[in-house]
Design a protein around this ligand. Structure first.
Ligand SMILES: NC(=O)c1ccc[n+]([C@@H]2O[C@H](COP(=O)([O-])OP(=O)(O)OC[C@H]3O[C@@H](n4cnc5c(N)ncnc54)[C@H](OP(=O)(O)O)[C@@H]3O)[C@@H](O)[C@H]2O)c1
Length: 271
């Protein structure tokens, strides 16, 4: 296989874009091209202009399944050898399941789970031994989250899938690192909406994308199965692994609803 590449989805903003910026400085000679995927071409073009590597821009809606074939064909045509795959495309929607548009939630499952699985499956065909995969899961994967239920479930999928795949690919020395940050200050929260209770907790733990990505790249380089940035998130993971889940989930639900007024509650009751 000829062209050594890094393939990044979700490269137009936030942690995907930051990963491209940092990798651009780290891989100075071993990588021929960085491939950037997202829907916003203008953002990708702007990023490509900043990077010292030559970039291949793929303007793609990963919720459009016809793009999987296009990606496969492009990788084949250009004789790509993927050294590192970064799956960062994803979004969330805050609020109660019954209050969020159902199509939006289905799109979320499709992007966060189906597209990530499809891109990983396609990319594997163009990876030689010793390659690496970086999957953006989330600390939301550690615990079911009322008020963020579908998102947390999609990230639990990403974490579980990544850990199994990491074990399956050991014989080829291809490692899979599931990146599980807590809240990070990106456009993610503009897209997800800031529903009171849920965001109220998250804002206290908001991290900087540069620090999260720096640690994620180091953990991926060292072939760690997970990357959890910051002491509070590491403690949260340990807490979720030791304390029974049910009471925490109910406490979380109570906290999220605590600001409901009597009239809100009456309205709910009458519906
Ligand atoms: N920010 C956080 O607090 C946080 C915490 C833990 C984990 N994460 C996860 O980290 C990853 C990156 O999130 P972020 O914080 O960097 O968010 P972000 O700034 O909103 O970036 C999301 C990226 O996904 C792309 N994307 C969205 N829908 C797409 C679609 N249909 N097809 C192709 N690309 C699509 C967006 O590009 P276009 O809009 O241009 O398509 C954008 O580049 C996500 O998987 C997220 O779930 C985020």
């Amino acid at each position: 296989m000829g062209l050594n590449i890094i393939l990044i989805t979700g490269a137009s903003s936030g942690m995907g874009r930051e990963t491209a910026r940092q990798l651009d400085k780290i891989y100075t000679d071993k990588i021929d091209e960085i491939w950037l995927i997202a829907r916003r071409r203008d953002r990708l073009t702007e990023l490509a202009g900043e990077l010292s590597h030559s970039c291949h821009i793929l303007e793609m809606d990963l919720n459009d399944k016809s793009n999987y074939e296009k990606l496969d064909a492009e990788l084949k045509l250009l004789d790509a050898n993927i050294k590192l795959l970064v799956n960062a495309a994803g979004f969330g929607a805050m609020g109660k399941f019954s209050e969020i548009d159902l199509d939006k939630q289905i799109d979320m499952v499709n992007l966060n789970c189906v597209a990530l699985t499809a891109v990983t499956g396609i990319a594997l065909k163009y990876m030689s031994d010793n390659a690496r995969i970086m999957q953006f899961a989330s600390s939301a994967a550690f615990l079911p989250q009322p008020g963020f239920s579908v998102y947390a479930a999609t990230k639990a999928y990403v974490l579980s899938f990544s850990e199994s795949l990491n074990a399956e690919l050991k014989p080829r020395n291809i490692s899979v690192t599931a990146v599980c940050p807590g809240p990070v200050d990106t456009e993610f929260f503009d897209v997800a909406g800031m529903t009171f209770g849920s965001f109220e907790i998250k804002k206290y733990f908001m991290a900087n994308e540069r620090d999260v990505v720096k640690e994620a790249i180091a953990d991926t380089y060292h072939r760690k199965p997970t990357s959890v940035y910051s002491f509070p998130m590491k403690a949260f993971k340990a807490f979720c692994q030791t304390v029974p889940e049910e009471p925490i989930v109910f406490a979380l639900e109570k906290f999220i609803n605590r600001n409901k007024t009597d009239s809100d509650s009456k309205e709910d009751y009458e519906q």
